[in-house]
Design a protein around this ligand. Sequence first.
Ligand code: GDP
Ligand code: MG
Length: 227
Amino acid sequence: MAQVDFHERQLTLKLVYYGPPLSGKTTNLRALHSRVDALNRGRLMTLDTRDDRTLFFDLLPLFFRAGSVSIRLKVYTVPGQPMHEWTRRIVLQRADGVVFVADSSLAQAAANHDAWLGLTQHLAALRLEHVPVVVQYNKRDLPDRVDLDGADRFGDPHRRLLEAQAVSGQGVVETFSALLERAWDTVDADVRLAERFGITRDAFLDGMRTHIGADQAGTTPVLSSAS
Ligand SMILES: Nc1nc2c(ncn2[C@@H]2O[C@H](COP(=O)(O)OP(=O)(O)O)[C@@H](O)[C@H]2O)c(=O)[nH]1
Ligand SMILES: [Mg+2]
């Protein structure tokens, strides 16, 4: 659930990247991190094992202003391996929005499906069924990528599927933007953000896009390991 302080004019949202092992969740965060001005981001904390798999979770804090409201986004990834089921549930607690990063490889269809089932079970257990979930098919560069017309839509034939190639940054901001639109709508319906903060949905989204959508090509991400 969003942390909203109407007196201090602060809004904190928790966003989670979920998906099967190695689908590109951490890569999405790295790409986001590299596009945000250093002033508007905290350290990207990642904790990987030697084979490049997320051991616990990654966290990227982002900050921006919309009008006179300060917005803080805490963006997490979950570890994908089966043994981390419990960690995934803990990371999902109080989430305001989820990106489901599916792997476009045909060989990963079952892994996507299993991860989706796990996600729906966790959201139900946490009473977060109303939390928006945006689906991204990552790794669109793979030769064995699934055709989106025939791809798994995870139970909703009308579900919008976003495409990405996180390793080159393509589609990463678009996905994040789609997530924030839906997160705003959900939180606004809950606590009347627009009315009580006196800012519009567009002002919120423009504030975010200015900081996150601004192309910072050429900047090297400063990566630091959590200790
Ligand atoms: N071909 C391809 N590989 C990708 C893409 N995005 C991520 N990867 C690779 O997939 C592997 C797993 O990525 P990672 O972000 O660690 O996955 P996570 O387990 O979901 O956090 C890494 O070797 C990435 O470089 C992509 O768009 N295309
Ligand atoms: Mg990871």
